[in-house]
Ligand binder design. Sequence first.
Ligand code: AKG
Length: 253
Amino acid sequence: MSNKLVQKLETDGLALMDTACPIELTEVLWNTFQHRYEKINSVLDRKKIGIGSHAGYEEIVQRSPGRWDIPITPEEFGIDEKKAIWWPLISSVLGETAEHSFSGVVFSEPQSPAQHWHIDSPHISATHKPAHALNVMLALHDIPITMGPTEYACGSHFLTNHLHNQSLRPEKLIYQHAETDPECLVDKNTLYTSKTYAAELLQGSCQIFDDRLLHRGLANMSKTNRYIAYFSYRRKGYISNTHFESQKSLFNN
Ligand SMILES: O=C(O)CCC(=O)C(=O)O
């Protein structure tokens, strides 16, 4: 694994894979998603779904207005993650025993607004530790800026430590909150600053980021849905403390 990417994850909290995933893989992910979404849609029109996991279902959650998350496991996708191009980087940072935590497809509808900046899980120690969880974002098609790729505040994983900076509230960092932005994290005693990054994506391109990094999906100003597959991993033994899980099934109601 390229040391350059490992270093990028350490310093920026974000690494861009040098090569894209094979188009065939994006097609496999896309076909599985389509099949799943059709099934969900067959019952969905009878339900009104609010925002956040508590208002959603095991099969679908609205993360923010017009931004939907459909969880799908690697087995359901029919892929062996350990053969994926991102696995060497994941295992270099989280260890060979890294565990899968979440995966699926997140899509944003036309006119869906940008999300508030947020992290996916909080720091676990007042001193800065190596990443405990990483996320892979994989473009399922070409995504121009107008379609709203994910934006990242590079270096912000050094600043989101609520155990170090007592003025931070973990719930305001994790649950999307209007007051949270990269600037609010930088105090005069901090050596690190953050720099935002968002770029158009080609089909199959992969971005990998530290769970503690501020990020947000940008507004979809195009006329079509934007689709990104995601795969999340945690260090063995890390007990996830996120807002991700919904307890009720769409098909049991
Ligand atoms: O849609 C995106 O680009 C990012 C989504 C995200 O970060 C979230 O829903 O937590």
